[in-house]
Design a protein around this ligand. Structure first.
Ligand code: PXG
Length: 437
């Protein structure tokens, strides 16, 4: 192991067992294409695209060049009462990728900010139309929408909420759709579960639709372990929202920019929300960026009001020049290299690879869509998460980076992944599963 010229101690790590990690750290010091380099020089195959975000692969030359050039030319420009070309250009490219009618783009700097922006836009939209009493928000169990107070409130991962107080008032949660008895080892969308969308009707009836502002869902739930929507489920949510004038938000922070082989999950499923939150893949994670894409009727509702500032919301770094330069170069690279198509083409092989782990020790489910897959392990009695964590550590030792949530192992490789790298991912995970009790 290389000698470190820094201390591990003062850094308070996010979402990490600090004491456990610092006792046996896994530090990466460089990355290129599909691989990280660990501090001892070992190459680690990145099967999780970092945290579901490095969709173009690591340190890609055109993106690096664009960021360098931008840093030398215009480091920062205020985005309040001023502009620079970056966000105008990038918004146009994003709107072209999004389904028709999703034409207006607001920029933030992370997925959490994107989600809170989307929730605020939904509330302000109703207010602008004279329906300001529509304030209730509906999320879903097991959802991850980031860590802001809005995203946490509509989110549904218990440990992310448990110690942070009362959160936003007026929030309900749909049931999650994960049910091992009904859908274990489904390939792609499960047949069972569309009826769970009817719960939305029940919640709306309870409060009366006139009080409900928005429903937010991840089209495929990522963080909680790749929960794929049952066939017909998203269509039902869309129909119920239409029936009651409720804004439907797809949180596409993970599913956006090619993860399912199309630009957005909305394109993939053919279900068109009113707002999309995005982040991660927009810059392939090279510079932090997030945002919201709005349908025309939402934007128009703001623009037909009285003269003046239409949306009292924004960030110092909204449309930051470096993020915009990175975003433009990233979208060009996705296009030039056909990376969404690559994801689409490879997804059947990826599905076969993931499902080849059926029957391995402790595997209770395998599920997948596009280039997302999860392998769920039975927990060790009385020690939830221990088996998953050991799998993560052993995979890293075997030269592959995976992501775990509890005892669920998740894979979501960069979209440049090759067939043989897909094979390597699942054979290494298989070897680890055979080795751990
Ligand atoms: N929405 C969704 C759907 C996400 O997946 C966020 C919002 C928040 O994004 P920021 O940029 O504020 O982190 C996310 C983030 C994991 C993992 O391993 C997932 C995320 C972030 C970190 C780890 O599951 N998703």
């Amino acid at each position: 192991m290389s000698a470190r010229d820094y201390d591990l101690e003062p850094f308070w790590m996010p979402f990490t067992a600090n004491r456990q990690f610092k006792a046996a750290p896994r530090i990466v010091v460089a990355a290129k294409d599909m691989h990280y380099t660990a501090e001892d020089g070992r190459k680690i195959l990145d099967s999780s695209a970092g945290l579901w975000c490095v969709n173009a692969g690591h340190c890609r030359e055109p993106i690096v060049r664009a960021i360098k050039q931008q840093a030398e030319t215009l480091d920062f420009a205020p985005s309040f009462q001023m502009g620079h070309p970056g966000p105008f250009r990038l918004a146009q490219s994003i709107a072209q990728l999004a389904p028709a009618d999703l034409d207006y783009v607001f920029f933030a700097n992370s997925g959490s900010e994107a989600v809170d922006s989307a929730l605020k836009i939904a509330l302000a939209y109703h207010r602008a139309r004279g329906e300001g009493q529509r304030t209730r928000l509906i999320g879903r169990e097991r959802a991850y929408h980031g860590v802001g107070f809005g995203g946490m409130s509509v989110g549904g991962m218990t440990l992310n909420r448990k110690v942070f107080g009362a959160m936003l008032p007026g929030v309900d949660h749909l049931p999650h759709t994960h049910n091992l008895e009904q859908m274990a080892f489904s390939r792609g969308q499960p047949e069972w579960g569309a009826h769970l969308a009817d719960e939305l009707e029940r919640i709306v009836a309870l409060h009366d639709a006139s009080n409900v502002a928005a429903v937010i869902v991840e089209p495929v739930q990522g963080s909680t372990g790749v929960i794929v929507p049952p066939k017909g489920y998203l269509e039902k949510l869309r129909a119920i929202c239409d029936r009651h004038g409720i804004v439907l938000i797809f949180d596409e922070v993970i599913t956006g920019f090619g993860r399912l082989g199309k630009a957005f999950a909305a394109n993939y499923f053919g279900v068109i929300p009113d707002l999309i939150s995005f982040a991660k893949g927009v810059t392939s994670a090279t510079v932090p960026m997030g945002g919201v894409i709005a349908r025309k009727h939402i934007y128009d509702a703001f623009m037909t009001g009285p003269e003046g500032i239409e949306l009292f919301h924004g960030y110092t770094y909204s449309g930051h020049p470096l993020a915009c330069a990175a975003g433009e170069a990233t979208l060009a690279l996705y296009h030039n290299e056909g990376l969404f198509e690559n994801a689409r083409t490879l997804s059947a092989h990826f599905e076969d690879g993931a499902h080849s782990l059926k029957g391995f020790p402790n595997v209770v489910d395998v599920r997948n869509l596009g280039l997302m897959a999860a392998i769920e392990l039975a927990p060790r009695p009385g020690k939830p998460g221990a088996r998953g964590y050991e799998a993560l550590v052993r995979c890293f030792e075997a030269g592959i980076m995976i992501r775990t949530t509890g005892d669920i192992l998740a894979c979501s490789p960069p979209l440049i992944v090759s067939k043989s790298q897909v094979d390597e991912i699942f054979s290494k995970i298989g070897n680890v599963l055979k080795a751990i009790a």
